[in-house]
Design a protein around this ligand. Structure first.
Ligand code: SF4
Length: 480
């Protein structure tokens, strides 16, 4: 029996798909990349762009035609707006929230599929014992931090966090995503996530630490903690759970304890909830990567207010100051929306100023498009497509200039990089620095993929650099 998965959207959906894959495997299904061969086909959907939703409708229309000729079960999960959910119920065999993924075998049984009893949870003794696993320390946390035990939380077994205990089948042998939090309470006016993923729910820190430690022991080199709003981690269980900075600190200590080379990233933080202690922990622990993705969205306070971001540029500047002050070598990435409803020329110019002032290493710039379900969908989309494109091009040009300033400083220095695969340039491998700057170097040695190597940079464009493989010890770079 075979299954096929279509995964749309962000890293959280990728991570969810890794848990779906474990369940499929335990039920006896093998993955096929050819949807025509599959007995079960699923989509992990994304509602951030209309294009992604259109793709779901196109796919299910095609699959439903196949059902006239052969047996096929279809399912959809992921980020789905309530209106789409109702429509999907008529089109897919199964529509479910990822929070109840562990119920999937039962749902299939009800559909008439003969599914054996399976166990797909992270086991308690998979390579960790009480000496190596810091779980024991965590059990004592209630005493030290005055926290109440999590199981005393009302409805603690009922909030979907159990689904995270499904042992994932990671898509990579050296890079992994670890969900720490799901949902969002922020209600940015352009965003539908709070309506698709619901309110913020934090995964128990003990479980996160266990998964991270297992990955470290297995030799993973890059681990990304995932959540819609990671630095409000624990706030939904205030008094019962540790904060994001404490979680990061525990992870930093685990990596120190194992003495391995690992880069731990997190995405995405929200400037409103960002505290200085998070930056201090990043600076203190070698294993916490010196890279931060801090979405600014706009450089204008009035636009930020209409976006309901609940910070202003002064507050945002303060965070940048902490980062530059405590980790001068850190890279800073951001997200920016151009052409938001009502954005004037002057407000756009403020965004340009902010981008030039903070000199980002990378900015993911998006032209605003209203999302059904989000508050701003009701507002006028009054900036023409032509003007949005112009603002996008102008900002991209500004970004190219500020980013190049950083990458120019890399030339002549040697960096430790993580090799991720073959580069588009033939005969080259592609890697990235701790700061996630792409580096390519000439090599046909595929055994380097998944490993750290040292590369001396010989030339650089704004967002990537080219270098040569070297054996020597890495210098401490000024900026990467
Ligand atoms: S913080 Fe804002 S943009 Fe991010 S998921 Fe929540 S509502 Fe969406």
């Amino acid at each position: 029996m075979k299954y096929h998965l279509v995964v749309l959207g962000c890293q959280m959906n990728q991570s969810d798909s890794e848990r779906v894959s474990r369940i499929m495997l335990e039920m006896g299904y093998v993955l096929t990349n050819n949807e025509q061969d599959a007995d079960i086909i699923g989509i992990i959907a994304c509602s951030v762009r209309q294009k992604a939703i259109d793709k779901v409708y196109a796919k299910i229309a095609k699959w439903n035609k196949w059902k006239n000729k052969r047996s096929l079960i279809t399912f959809v999960s992921g980020c789905i707006l309530p209106d789409d959910q109702i429509k999907f119920l008529k089109l897919f065999d199964l529509v479910f929230d990822m929070k109840i993924i562990e119920e999937f075998p039962r749902m299939l049984r009800e559909y008439g599929v003969n599914i054996p009893n399976v166990n797909f949870y992270l086991s308690d003794n998979d390579g960790l014992n009480s000496d190596t696993y810091s779980y024991n320390d965590d059990n004592k946390k209630s005493v030290f931090l005055n926290l109440k035990p999590l199981d005393a939380l009302p409805e603690s077994n009922d909030d979907g966090t159990q689904a995270w205990n499904v042992d994932p089948i990671y898509n990579s042998t050296f890079e992994a995503f670890v969900p720490i939090q799901n949902g969002c309470n922020k209600f940015c006016t352009y965003c539908a996530v709070p309506y698709t993923r619901g309110r913020e729910v934090s995964r128990p820190s003990d479980h996160i630490i266990k998964e991270v430690e297992l990955l470290v022991i297995k030799g993973y080199k890059s681990i990304t903690l995932l959540g819609q709003n990671v630095n409000s981690y624990g706030l939904d269980k205030k008094g019962y759970e540790i904060s994001f900075s404490m979680l990061l600190e525990k992870i930093g200590k685990i990596i120190d304890k194992h003495g391995k080379d690992v880069w731990v990233y997190y995405t995405s933080p929200h400037p409103r909830d960002m505290t200085k202690d998070v930056v201090e922990v990043m600076a203190r622990y070698k294993g916490i990567a010196k890279q931060i993705h801090l979405p600014v969205q706009s450089g204008d306070d009035e636009v930020l207010m209409r976006m309901n971001r609940k910070y202003n540029i002064d507050k945002y500047s303060e965070i940048i100051k902490w980062v530059r002050g405590l980790m001068p070598q850190a890279t800073i990435f951001t997200d920016i929306i151009v052409g938001f409803s009502g954005e004037t020329d002057e407000q756009f110019e403020n965004t340009r100023k902010v981008l030039r002032k903070f000199e980002y290493n990378m900015a993911y710039i998006a032209m605003y498009s209203p999302r059904p379900g989000a508050k701003s969908f009701e507002w006028s989309d009054d900036i023409s497509h032509v003007e949005k494109k112009r603002r996008y091009a102008v900002l991209t040009e500004d970004l190219t200039i500020v980013a190049q300033k950083w990458t120019d400083q890399m030339v002549g220095k040697t960096y430790q990089v993580l090799v991720r695969g073959n580069d588009r340039k033939e005969g080259y491998l592609s890697a990235h620095t701790e700061g996630k700057i792409i580096v390519r170097f000439e090599s046909d040695d595929n055994s380097l993929i998944g490993n750290f190597v040292n590369v001396k940079i010989v030339s650089a464009g704004p967002f990537s650099a080219e270098g040569v493989l070297v054996e020597k010890t890495v210098e401490i770079p000024v900026s990467n």
